[in-house]
Design a protein around this ligand. Structure first.
Ligand SMILES: C[S@@+](CC[C@H](N)C(=O)[O-])C[C@H]1O[C@@H](n2cnc3c(N)ncnc32)[C@H](O)[C@@H]1O
Length: 283
């Protein structure tokens, strides 16, 4: 897929980043995204990728693998815990409203989630006036196994792609790139809303000092590569308010886009900064 050339899009003339973003541009900012976003001007970013807590509501008890009787390493972390759907919804509504405010009229937003949260955030987005362009199914070719054998293995996540509102015009869609991905994945000559991509493993997966995965939900670079190529052009600003290990920034940098990454957890932020070759900016 690396062979996909940017030349597939007639290179649009991209305006320089909006004034007022200088303190955040091409930086990994450590802080609460709502506080940091309050310092961003209206209508200033071209592309938003939100990979939020999914509120997985995993059981507190230790899980044992069906068959081998060994312990399952839980993906649950403190940042994914909420006391209720109401608390979760309040956070997501605030984050989405701020994203909408900082998006340019020609900007688009990608929201990713699983069956745990995507229906809630999808309906919230429609209530806020975002205009849906696609729901993309990410089919994971190597999904996490279904350790307990009490239901089918979940092998998909959903990406919602939307404009700021119904009247938005001139958003970036690189249809040629989308078609090439569909041809490679599904042998389809038309651009389909199904993407076949493995979850992040191997050398790409960042490890902590203990040799275990550093972040439970690090997204694969191939996923961000599609998002960024399909919906932005060189020189545009990609914004990720909940950046984790900085996958959005790393791919944006490689593809010649500006980025703004915010992450609240210093441990993840330092790993992300290492990946981006930048320092962390404490907000
Ligand atoms: C699903 S993970 C993102 C993973 C990321 N896409 C990656 O590839 O590594 C969500 C991240 O949001 C962060 N987070 C949660 N609430 C936040 C907030 N209010 N402000 C900033 N970051 C937050 C968490 O610490 C967590 O790292």
């Amino acid at each position: 897929m690396a062979a996909l050339e940017e030349a597939a899009v007639a290179a649009p003339v991209v305006a320089p980043p909006a004034p007022g973003l200088e303190h955040l541009l091409d930086r990994l900012v450590v802080g609460d995204c709502l506080e940091v976003m309050a310092s961003m001007p209206d209508a200033s970013v071209d592309l938003v990728f939100v990979d939020p807590p999914y509120f997985l509501q995993l059981p507190a008890k230790k899980l044992t693998r069906w068959g081998s009787n060994s312990d399952v390493e839980s993906p649950e972390r403190e940042w994914d815990r909420f006391s209720s759907f109401e608390e979760y919804d309040n956070l997501m509504r605030s984050v989405l409203s701020e994203c909408q405010r900082v998006m340019k009229p020609s900007g688009t937003i990608w929201m990713i989630g699983s069956y745990h949260n995507i229906f809630r955030v999808g309906s919230m987005m429609q209530d806020l006036g975002f205009w849906m362009l696609n729901d993309v199914t990410w089919f994971k070719t190597n999904p996490m196994p279904n350790w307990l054998n009490v239901r089918m293995t979940n092998a998909t996540e959903t990406l919602l792609w939307a404009t700021r509102d119904r009247t938005s015009k001139g958003y970036t869609y690189n249809g040629a790139a989308a078609k090439e991905y569909s041809l490679a994945d599904l042998d389809s000559r038309i651009a389909l809303n199904v993407w076949r991509i493995p979850i992040c493993t191997g050398r790409e997966r960042l490890k902590g000092a203990d040799g275990k995965r550093l972040h439970p939900t690090q997204k694969p670079e191939r996923l961000l590569e599609r998002i960024i190529r399909v919906s932005s052009a060189r020189g545009m600003v990609a914004f990720d308010p909940m950046a984790g290990t900085g996958t959005t920034g790393a791919v944006a940098q490689r593809l010649g886009r500006h980025f703004i990454c915010i992450e609240r957890d210093m441990y993840y932020a330092e790993a992300a900064a290492g990946r981006l070759g930048s320092g962390v900016e404490i907000y």
